[in-house]
Design a protein around this ligand. Structure first.
Ligand SMILES: *[C@@H]1O[C@H](CO)[C@@H](O)[C@H](O)[C@H]1NC(C)=O
Ligand SMILES: *[C@@H]1O[C@H](CO)[C@@H](O)[C@H](O)[C@H]1NC(C)=O
Ligand SMILES: *[C@@H]1O[C@H](CO)[C@@H](O)[C@H](O)[C@H]1NC(C)=O
Length: 454
């Protein structure tokens, strides 16, 4: 009886509310009131500012987690690093910032625009795994615009369709796909002439090398962060400033970079790219070019930082850093490359085998580079494996929308095609580092040719 009366009351209240909102909307707007109510509902739940939305959290909480070690639990449930990942790193992790000047530093950080750029240079998206990077970046960086430069915008948008429909607007609306336009960005940079002369065509990996140049030209013109599509965001980018990140003790990678527009060091990177371009050596124009540029431009810092003994004598110990080295952060490998590319097995191991690593990543990594070469499109990603769990936590919507494909492997045809073309040549890494020729701006650089493998 009581229950019946209660329900009736709720019914009348609802009816009254609907009537009131209908008439208010009609009176004030003269527009379709129902669509307005619906659109206001679409903005709910409120913007996601963390790795979680309530659904995925509930799914995980419903599992019995009491036996899970601490590192794994904090990877699942936080605490999340509130703003600046660098301040939460253990003391033992040294961030090298030559001649750090806090005031200049904060000005530089302010001048880095809140844009994260990606590059997709194939005609068709070969795997939805790449969308995980986009979703995780959009979730972790609520103030950033996410811009994908795609060769085929129509195709990329097509592949995003399901995902766009299923995710909250606050995330979805910050993801833009624009046309990949080499000419537009190479113009007015050292890359223009190189491109015009068709030097990029003399290469086994034409697109990869164009991509290596494109990210530099893009950062030169627009600034912001650039990340490869096989980097999953774990934490936000805030506070990183001008940065490069080491892949290991001897090499800086170019898969994650951040600079303000018109940064002198980015210009150096482009000059070095053109000067030593060799399309026949894998990575020569990517990570190796960045490492070379750093060694040549910032010799004093690289003596301190790139301490692999075999390289020590290649640089004059007295050569000074160029001015653009000031306040350039060289992040340790744990920030973007927590898993070295020689540790391929980690990605498919059961996730709970690596709780310490996951704990460290949760508090000290901004991204996880999963090396597309190591996990090519056809490979299976077990849901309870390391990479599967990272994806479940950081891009729950992509996992939900494309789970079958993510689990079973996909893009097999694309991979076969690439194999035929000899593009998937794993045997090409590691690579030869060549020490740069004399750099005009820096005095007293002693140069030796170093042909050894790294
Ligand atoms: C969770 O697992 C632990 C040990 O593995 C067990 O003691 C506990 O009763 C379980 N809790 C639930 C709610 O199932
Ligand atoms: C771009 O993608 C669309 C949709 O997948 C496809 O129909 C079209 O042929 C592609 N364009 C080119 C130039 O391949
Ligand atoms: C580096 O150079 C110095 C002086 O030229 C020499 O004494 C030293 O043995 C060299 N070190 C290595 C590791 O080659």
């Amino acid at each position: 009886m009581m229950r019946c009366r209660y329900l009736t009351r709720v019914f009348w209240l609802l009816l009254l509310f609907t009537f009131l909102s209908l008439s208010i909307s009609l009176a004030f707007q003269g527009a379709s009131p129902l669509s307005q109510i619906l659109s206001s509902l679409q903005n709910y739940p409120p913007p996601i500012t963390d790795a979680w939305d309530s659904t995925s959290l509930e799914t995980l909480k419903s599992q019995n987690l009491s036996h899970i070690p601490q590192g794994c639990r904090s990877f699942l449930f936080g605490p999340w690093t509130p703003t600046n990942i660098l301040s939460s790193l253990p003391k033992s992790v040294q961030i090298h910032t030559p001649n750090s000047d806090p005031t200049v530093m904060s000005q530089l950080s302010l001048s880095v625009p809140s844009v994260i750029s990606y590059l997709h240079y194939n005609e068709h998206l070969s795997t939805h795994r790449y969308l995980c990077s986009i979703e995780s970046a959009a979730r972790h960086n609520p103030n950033h615009l996410i811009v994908i430069h795609a060769k085929n915008v129509t195709d990329f948008e097509e592949q995003l369709k399901v995902w766009r429909k299923g995710i909250v607007r606050s995330v979805e609306e910050r993801v833009k796909v624009v046309e990949l336009d080499y000419g537009k960005y190479f113009r007015e940079t050292p890359l223009w002439e190189w491109y015009q002369q068709g030097k990029h065509l003399k290469s086994r990996w034409v697109e990869q090398n164009l991509g290596n140049g494109y990210r530099l030209a893009l950062l030169w013109h627009k600034g912001g962060a650039y990340m490869d599509l096989d980097i999953i965001n774990i934490n936000r980018l805030d506070g990183l400033g001008r940065m490069l990140a080491k892949e290991d003790s001897g090499k800086i990678n170019n898969a994650a970079l951040q600079f303000p527009p018109k940064d002198a060091f980015v210009w150096d990177l482009m000059e070095e790219f053109v000067r030593k371009f060799n399309g026949m050596i894998w990575a020569n124009n990517g990570p190796v070019a960045v490492t070379r540029t750093f060694r040549a431009t910032c010799p004093a810092s690289s003596l301190l930082l790139m301490q692999s003994p075999k390289n020590k004598n290649n640089t004059d110990p007295n050569a000074p850093d160029a001015p653009e080295c000031t306040n350039l952060k060289i992040l340790p490998s744990s920030v973007f490359y927590p898993i070295h590319f020689l540790r391929k097995g980690t990605f498919t191991d059961p996730w709970q085998k690596h709780c310490k690593l996951l704990g460290r990543m949760q508090s000290g990594s901004v991204g996880l580079h999963w090396w597309h070469k190591l996990v090519p499109d056809g490979t299976r990603i077990p849901r309870e494996g390391f990479l599967g769990k990272v994806m479940e936590v950081h891009c729950p919507n992509v996992v939900r929308d494309y789970e079958g494909e993510l689990k079973e492997g996909d893009g097999v045809k694309e991979r076969e095609k690439e194999k035929e073309k000899g593009k998937m040549d794993l045997g090409k890494e590691p690579v030869v580092i060549r020490v740069p020729a004399q750099r005009p701006k820096v005095v007293k650089v002693v140069v030796k040719q170093d042909q050894r493998k790294v």
